[in-house]
Design a protein around this ligand. Structure first.
Ligand SMILES: Nc1nc2c(c(=O)[nH]1)N[C@H]1C(S)=C(S)[C@@H](COP(=O)(O)O)O[C@H]1N2
Ligand SMILES: [Mo]
Length: 194
């Protein structure tokens, strides 16, 4: 055979192309949020609502995460370096009600996206404040964003302001607008089939 397909890097999911750049993907205006004004909140199916100031978040255990980033618009960036608070470390301070099944991520500016609890309570998931050793630039979601590396990046909510725990799955902004409720890049869960 004359043509042999170039071996795809096994880290790149089907239908994705690698980029060295880090494109910015934002729907609507970019909110301005100062770290000092962050009041990170949890509410909904929790035994007690709770909030953290920026200093309280910084006093939690801090972790590094290197993860690949896959946007549903078909670009992937490998080995992005983040630092922040693991979801599991934050959740040490939250008691969920037994009814809790899902979570809605809420952002400054109004963006939302949804996760099932199993996708949310994963050890790699990070509330990130640092990107490649610097405070996350505002356009990339600073001061605080979630990183959920195993799903398409629209689940990695920028300008994160809180978690609302739900007793059933609900759909966030892109999910209401035709994107998949879960978004696994390895299964190409791009769009909802209904
Ligand atoms: N609040 C908020 N978070 C968001 C978005 C957004 O528009 N608003 N876009 C999502 C999408 S579609 C992607 S691909 C990633 C892009 O992150 P980046 O702009 O840092 O590359 O952020 C996600 N998080
Ligand atoms: Mo995206």
């Amino acid at each position: 055979m004359l043509f042999k397909p170039k071996a795809q890097d096994p880290r790149v999911p089907p239908g994705q192309t690698l980029t060295q750049k880090f494109p910015v993907l934002t729907y609507g205006p970019t909110p301005t949020v100062r770290a000092e004004e962050v009041r990170f909140q949890v509410w909904g199916q929790v035994e007690a609502t709770k909030e953290w100031s920026w200093d309280e978040l910084m006093a939690l255990p801090q972790s590094d995460l290197t993860a690949d980033f896959h946007c549903v618009t078909r670009w992937s960036k490998l080995e992005v370096q983040w630092r922040g608070v693991r979801v599991l470390d934050l959740m040490q301070q939250v008691q969920l009600k037994p009814e809790a099944k899902a979570v809605m991520l809420h952002c400054y500016g109004g963006y939302t996206t949804n996760l099932l609890l199993d996708d949310f309570l994963r050890p790699e998931n990070l509330l990130a404040h640092t990107l490649f050793g610097q405070p996350i630039p505002r356009e990339h979601g600073g001061p605080l964003r979630l990183i959920v590396p195993h799903l398409y990046a629209w689940k990695s909510a920028k300008w994160l302001r809180g978690f609302e725990f739900l007793d059933r799955e609900a759909l966030g902004f892109w999910e209401v607008n035709g994107y998949h409720r879960r978004g696994d890049p390895w299964k190409e869960e791009r769009f909802s089939d209904d």
